[in-house]
Design a protein around this ligand. Structure first.
Ligand code: NAD
Length: 358
């Protein structure tokens, strides 16, 4: 298979962990006989320093000419005093997501039994480990609905937000959820608040109506309050969760603390077709940038997601995931997940150990 990948490392630990991820990509290409061409694009603070714009036109053009984007992270103290619309996060990351109309955010939360001690959950709840994928709608719902305003009335101020979804928007994201479940353990939980919200009544109706197209996927529905409880009480019951924008924002942040370090969590933001942007769930980690101690696993697992969701290369993705798990089983740990009985390694050593196991 021949594919073009735009690589945008960004700021802070971005370039450090990206160096390991691109080596993994190159190894997979050789091992499985693919040709991946990757070109580097400037983004975020690095792009501001180089060309004065966090999202240069050349970077957008590179993304457009590519089949997928592998993204690092952007931002840091150096650019925090710039006007908000010029800052790396807003102009760079939000700008690129908007440009490519990325409407689905996929965030897996994988907790290995070997890392149970790092999880905020009790060891008996982690058990043999678990793997939950949250699929969040990104472009609709209460964050974008109109009217949205604060008005002054004779009785004081009044604020309005609008939770709005069309059946087409719901169907589009639900299909991403069903398709993702198909690539995994074939179980989909749709999360809503259909006992209170009309938008959720429609949500549930549309999701349920699609079930017939996916007879191999087992579908159930949960209210969002119950889903939050179940995620910490018994996360092993879940495979894929699909939900609207605000519920997904909250649940995916909740699920991202379960593995114990942001350095373990990749993510995907998908648009129409097979295009997607893949990045670690964490940020540029200025507190450890330049020290060579960042955990490269989130960036490396972002490569696995890219191969799976944009290129349909499931065996290749699984080879990476297996290599990561085996490296953890071998007792290698970066500082963020290290415990006394394990071996502390730096970013490059962790990357090399994973590479060798592919
Ligand atoms: P952060 O995710 O960068 O860091 C939070 C904590 O997690 C830090 O202690 C950090 O050291 C740790 N951490 C994160 N990734 C790690 C890794 N791979 N290995 C080891 N430890 C890791 O969040 P923050 O400190 O709130 O934000 C720092 C900067 O990143 C800010 O400028 C913020 O705006 C930006 N940010 C960018 C993105 C993005 O590019 N997608 C996301 C979040 C934050």
């Amino acid at each position: 298979m021949q594919r073009k990948i735009a690589v945008m490392a960004g700021d802070g630990i971005g370039p450090e962990v990206m160096a390991e991820a691109t080596k993994v990509l190159a190894k997979v290409a050789v091992k499985f006989g693919h040709s991946f061409e990757f070109k580097l694009g400037l983004i975020g603070g690095a792009a501001i320093d180089a060309v004065g714009d966090a999202l240069p036109a050349e970077t957008l053009a590179l993304g457009e000419a590519s089949d997928a984007i592998l993204f690092g992270s952007v931002g840091g103290p150096k650019w925090e005093t710039l006007p908000r619309d010029q800052q790396p996060e807003r102009r760079g990351l939000l700008g690129i997501r908007k440009h490519f109309k990325l409407f689905a955010n996929l965030r897996p939360s994988v907790v290995y039994s070997e890392l149970a001690a790092q999880s905020v959950l009790r060891a008996d709840i982690v058990g043999q480990g678990f793997d939950v994928l949250i699929v969040r709608e990104l472009t609709g719902g209460i964050y974008f609905g109109k009217p949205r305003e604060i008005v002054v009335t004779h009785a004081g101020k009044r604020a309005v937000d609008t939770m709005v979804y069309t059946s087409a928007e719901i169907e589009r994201i639900a299909r991403v959820g069903f398709e993702a479940a198909r690539k995994r353990s074939k179980k989909l939980t749709s999360v809503d608040k259909a006992n209170v919200l009309d938008s959720s009544v429609l949500w549930r109706e549309v999701v349920a109506s699609l079930a017939a197209d996916y007879p191999d996927v087992e579908l159930n529905h949960l209210y969002v309050d119950n889903a939050a409880m179940q995620l910490v009480k018994n996360p092993r019951q879940f495979d894929v969760i699909v939900t609207e924008n605000m519920f997904g924002d909250i649940l995916s942040d909740l699920s991202s603390v379960l593995p114990g370090s942001l350095g373990m969590i990749p993510s995907a933001s998908l648009g129409e077709g097979n295009f997607g942007l893949y990045e670690p769930a964490g940020g540029s980690a200025p507190d450890i940038a330049g020290l060579g101690i960042a955990n490269p696993i989130a960036q490396i697992l972002s490569v696995a997601m890219l191969l799976k969701y944009s290129f349909g290369l499931n065996a290749e993705a699984e080879a990476i995931e297996k290599a990561v798990h085996e490296t953890i089983q071998a007792g290698l740990r970066t500082a963020d997940i290290w415990t006394e009985e394990t071996t502390k390694v730096k970013t490059a050593e962790m990357g090399k150990a994973i590479l060798e196991r592919i």
